[in-house]
Design a binder for this molecule. Structure first.
Ligand code: ADP
Ligand code: ADP
Length: 232
């Protein structure tokens, strides 16, 4: 479902060059939950940005659901992005809008009409267990509830891929577990492929099928989570 083939990306030049990604390759199967773990500066965010094509690699290719993300432009690129949902550490909700409206907003850009947007937003809020909070504002929610809205917004357009950028890093351990359980449940129910980046090995252990360990733009090790743990 996601194939990253020998991508490299550098910033700056000369003495100040930073190799954010150095010949990185990954293959993530449909329905798989794949973790990329590494410390700050390892290149994880750059990897995610090349996958949703916010950034183009200097070399190598990224294929998502059969489409070469490097070659897409305009309407094709927008359409490929609707197939990729994204969740964030700080949720990125709009504080002036209700929960329902935050979710509907992500559907506006897909061109769905108002009635269909309402219906879909209600459906997906139900799926993440937040039906009762549709008219609440983000400030009235707990961290875990905010991330449920984030997940609902990411999945509203029925993407086949979910990218998670430190999505549990701002949450306490118990809430972290609940959000990871929800992501796993949704991945199973919807056949969703998940790429999760985190600085916490513990998160990888709890939820991922396979994982890669990154440092200084390179993948040090990659394999099943069980395999990675036994070589520790
Ligand atoms: P991580 O997400 O693992 O913390 P990043 O992908 O954000 O790592 O960063 C990898 C390296 O690339 C870091 O050294 C960072 O400073 C550098 N970097 C990332 N984005 C940029 C940018 N837009 N301009 C310059 N350097 C960048
Ligand atoms: P802008 O006014 O900059 O075009 P939008 O109104 O599209 O931004 O979105 C505002 C905020 O909501 C952004 O910070 C963005 O991160 C977030 N957002 C909107 N739609 C989505 C989505 N489908 N997935 C993830 N985040 C989204």
């Amino acid at each position: 479902m996601i194939s990253v083939d020998r991508i490299s990306k550098s910033y700056g030049s000369g003495e100040n060059v930073v190799h954010a990604l150095d010949n990185v390759s990954l293959n993530i199967a449909k329905g798989e939950i794949f973790g990329v773990v590494g410390q700050s500066g390892a290149g994880k965010s750059t990897l995610i940005r090349t996958i949703n094509s916010l950034e183009r690699p200097d070399s190598g290719t990224v294929t998502v659901d059969g489409q070469n993300m490097n070659l897409l432009q305009g309407a094709q690129l927008r359409s490929a992005r609707h197939n990729i949902g994204m969740i964030f550490q700080h949720f990125n909700l709009l504080s002036s809008r209700t929960v329902q409206s935050n979710v509907e907003l992500s559907l506006e850009i897909t061109g769905m009409d108002r009635g269909a947007r309402r219906k879909r937003a209600a459906e997906i809020l139900d799926l993440v267990g937040l039906s009762g909070k549709a008219t609440a504002y983000p400030a009235q929610l707990s961290g875990g509830q905010k991330q449920r809205v984030g997940i609902a917004r990411a999945l509203a357009s029925k993407p086949s891929v979910l990218l998670s950028d430190e999505a549990t890093s701002a949450l306490d351990p118990e809430t972290t577990q609940q959000i990871l359980d929800l992501i796993r449940q949704l991945s199973r129910e919807l056949g969703l492929t998940v790429l999760l980046i985190t600085h916490e090995m513990d998160v990888v252990k709890r939820i991922c099928d396979s994982a890669a360990v990154m440092s200084q733009g390179r993948i040090l090790e990659q394999g099943t989570v069980e395999g990675l743990l036994t070589t520790e």
